[in-house]
Design a protein around this ligand. Structure first.
Ligand code: KET
Length: 459
């Protein structure tokens, strides 16, 4: 069929009428047809070699099977267990009294509204994400009256939940900050060392938890951060420390702030549980606000996975507080250079839900009520588990269950006792003895208490 005449086809016609081009095409077609009809007849210099990928040997044959993730792997094991009494207390994900995942009513309502808005489209977001989401997220954590926000000293970039925000922040620091060492608490969320190492930072730890008291090792913390080289980065859990459930008191936070500022250490807050520690968004932001109020610089990774139940939507933000509006805008331009080659720009849906809730005072109030209900249910579970162990006369002091804060109890069970719980009682938790209190219900507390009692009396 003769092609239509337009510029492109004219070029094609000219190309095909070029004798050298048409003879090269002819040669290749002949080679290909010879090979297909009888591969042995193809002459040596025209044969199509068999690619190594077509052989039976895999180029990945040398790979060793990687271990499952210490936290998410617990869910993998749980899913394989056919027992009807199995209980997943591994991952920090909220469950209802019926043991079901929860989508907040306010989230469902906003999602309906978003779906019905015909004017919405699926265009790419800017590299920094939904502008309103960023503004409102900064206000949520720093406070609406924060001087840093009023002075335009805050750069906020929508990222892929808390993990993505930490990673982008880590890479930004590895590229542009003069000191490449980050101090993380011992213990901390298991993903922290991997995130920061892969971001290009060197990871060291500072003492945080005293197993003997099941409380904060405040002396150890001050000593370790006091001897960190000036300028080092310090990872701090904004509230509801994971996995210990132990937070500094407001007075201890003030001492930590003075130490960091006097040594020019750079704070990097991880805020994954705002609202889950006390039930109040403002109270849980107090430590962060203390550090912003002194006019100093800091980074903050924020997640809406837990407090809005948006786990799989991957909604979060990285905020960087700088000394001036001018620096903040240059910081933003450089953060964009980190994001663009990594994932280009963030997803729309989850951030639109958050922005809609934070923008509207009725929706916001509804959210705070649902959030408080989640936090309260966890506190009730703490009391019920403590009472159940008391009534069984389980040896040991279990008061840390009601003293610890947030989603987790750091039980003090050792790795053998944990594997006993899993093998004998089908209760799944991380090997460090952390249990997600949000995965418990009044119905399952007795089963867990029986298991803990058996573990500490027999293992
Ligand atoms: N920081 C902390 C302290 C944290 O516990 C988590 C998640 C995150 C950040 C990241 O959450 P994201 O979903 O990226 O916003 N912790 C729970 C889930 C997990 O391990 O991924 C957990 O510890 O069970």
């Amino acid at each position: 069929m003769r092609p239509q005449s337009n510029t492109t086809t004219t070029t094609n016609i000219n190309t095909f009428s070029d004798p050298s081009f048409s003879s090269s095409i002819h040669r290749r077609i002949t080679t290909l047809s010879n090979h297909l009809l009888n591969p042995h007849m193809a002459s040596d210099n025209q044969s199509i070699s068999v690619s190594p990928t077509a052989s039976s040997h895999s180029v990945f044959a040398h790979l060793l099977p990687a271990p499952e993730d210490p936290i998410l792997g617990v869910t993998v094991a749980y899913n394989k267990d056919p027992s009807p009494v199995k209980l997943n207390l591994g991952v920090g994900a909220y469950r209802t009294e019926e043991g079901k995942p929860l989508v907040l009513n306010v989230v469902r309502r906003v999602e309906q509204q978003l779906v019905n808005e015909a004017s919405r489209n699926k265009e790419y977001l800017p590299i920094v994400g939904v502008a309103d989401f960023n503004k409102l997220s900064a206000r949520l954590i720093f406070g609406a009256d924060s001087p840093a926000i009023q002075e335009n000293r805050v750069t906020t970039v929508q990222c892929l939940s808390g993990t993505g925000s930490l990673r982008v922040g880590g890479e930004f620091l590895a590229r542009h900050y003069h000191e490449r060492t980050i101090y993380i608490p011992q213990p901390t969320w298991g993903n922290h060392p991997k995130i920061f190492t892969l971001a290009g930072l060197s990871v060291k730890s500072y003492r945080y938890y005293a197993p003997a008291t099941r409380g904060l090792d405040f002396e150890g913390l001050l000593e370790d951060l006091g001897s960190a080289p000036s300028g080092s980065i310090v990872l701090l859990h904004a509230c509801a420390h994971n996995p210990t459930g132990v937070d500094p008191t407001p007075e201890q936070w003030e001492t930590i702030r003075q130490l960091l500022r006097s040594k020019a250490l750079l704070p990097f807050f991880d805020s994954a549980y705002q609202g889950f520690a006390s039930g109040s968004l403002d109270i849980d932001a107090q430590a962060v606000r203390l550090f912003v109020a002194d006019g100093g610089e800091l980074l903050l990774a924020q997640s809406y996975a837990k407090n809005m139940g948006l786990y799989g939507e991957r909604v979060g933000a990285l905020s960087i507080v700088s000394k001036s509006a001018d620096v903040a805008s240059r910081v933003e331009s450089q953060v964009k250079l980190v994001v663009r080659p990594m994932y280009s720009n963030p997803p729309i849906h989850g951030a639109s839900i958050v922005a809609a809730i934070l923008r509207d005072s009725d929706l916001y109030n509804e959210w705070t009520i649902e959030l408080k209900a989640m936090a309260d249910r966890i506190i009730t579970m703490r009391q019920q588990l403590f009472d159940a162990l008391q009534s069984r006369g389980t040896p040991g002091d279990w008061s840390h269950i009601i003293k610890q804060i947030g989603m987790f109890t750091f039980t003090g069970l050792n790795a053998e006792q944990v594997s006993f719980l899993t093998k004998e009682y089908h209760i799944y938790l991380t090997s460090d003895g952390r249990i997600s209190m949000a995965g418990l219900s009044s119905r399952t507390v007795p089963h867990l208490a029986d298991a803990i009692h058996a573990a500490v009396t027999t293992v």
